[in-house]
Design a protein. Structure first.
Length: 47
């Protein structure tokens, strides 16, 4: 399982890179429905 609290240990540059990935995904149409997001969170993090 990935430690989702790891964001607090990121540098500003690392955080910017991760946020840019999310923006790029949204711009290219790689968005999840709420149901898909729920499934992904359950599978990845057990939540």
């Amino acid at each position: 399982m990935t430690d989702i609290s790891a964001i607090s240990n990121m540098t500003r540059e690392e955080l910017d890179v991760e946020l840019a990935k999310g923006v790029k995904s949204a711009e290219t149409g790689k968005c999840l429905t709420p149901e898909e997001l729920d499934t992904e969170l359950q599978n990845r993090f057990g939540i």
